[in-house]
Design a protein around this ligand. Structure first.
Ligand code: MG
Length: 257
């Protein structure tokens, strides 16, 4: 494990500009997700919007990834490759977007329900967003990375949903994946200190079933072993002297104070 590279305030502002483009893309995708729309359509839409904002899709070509976004319906947890499959009524699809602007990468994801959703799926997605809000609230000086994982784990446990122990968040900055690792389980007061200037992607990934995963033969797609549905909610957040600053405020800038 290397030492996380801290960002100075001007660098955090530059990352916020990248994050603003990203948040706009996720909010626009909310209006495009519909029955009959393919994940290829969503990928093309997002790529266009990222470029219109002056950015570059960070995921395209990353270790050979073929899409501009990750699109992961239902029992696909993360890293789904966009394709010709049309979304169906009742699907739950997570869309993960990376934007590089002026060399600064931001990373965020949001899960959408398609058409008429089952009650339990709405609950799952809501718990994912609540777990993310709890995790963001823990992103303040004086806390440690274990406090972030404990926040996610605690929320999931109280709501009766599973956390994938092997799927984790990460530092982000000039590169998509930097130190430190940010697990979704943990113990308060353990791990590295959250210091001002640290920027991390916090990303609870939760399931209604057993939190065990299998990797598809395509080398990317991560599925639940038992076929249960999963949700993924992610923001890029900077630790500041005053507390967390969400750099990718999808859903409205007031969402995570
Ligand atoms: Mg990420």
């Amino acid at each position: 494990m290397g030492t996380p590279r801290l960002k100075d305030p001007a660098e955090v502002d530059a990352m916020a500009a990248s994050g603003a483009v990203l948040a706009g893309v996720l909010d626009a995708l909310a209006d495009v997700v519909a029955v009959g729309v393919t994940t290829n359509d969503l990928d093309a839409f997002a790529r266009e919007r990222i470029r219109a904002g002056g950015g570059v899709p960070s995921f395209l070509g990353y270790r050979g990834f073929p899409g501009s976004i990750c699109a992961s319906p239902n029992d696909l947890v993360v890293h789904g490759i966009p394709g010709p499959r049309p979304l169906a009524d009742g699907d739950v699809v997570s869309l993960d977007v990376g934007v590089t602007l002026d060399g600064w990468v931001t990373d965020a994801a949001r899960t959408f329900v398609v058409g008429e959703a089952a009650e339990e799926d709405l609950h799952l997605v809501a718990v994912g967003e609540s777990a993310l809000a709890d995790a963001v609230a823990a992103c303040r000086p004086g806390n440690m990375v274990g406090d972030v994982g404990a926040a996610v784990q605690g929320r999931a446990a109280r709501e009766g949903v599973g956390v994938f122990p092997s799927l984790i968040g990460h530092g982000v900055g000039r590169r998509l994946h930097e130190e430190p690792q940010v697990p979704n389980v943990g113990r308060p007061g353990q791990g590295i200190h959250l210091r001002p200037g640290l920027v991390i992607a916090v990303e609870p990934m939760l399931t209604l079933g057993r939190p065990a995963i299998r990797l598809s033969p395509d080398g990317w797609s991560v599925f639940t072993v038992d076929g249960a549905r999963a949700t993924h909610a992610e923001v890029t957040v900077a630790i500041t002297e005053h507390g967390p600053r969400v750099l990718t405020p999808w859903g409205g800038s007031g969402r995570w104070p």
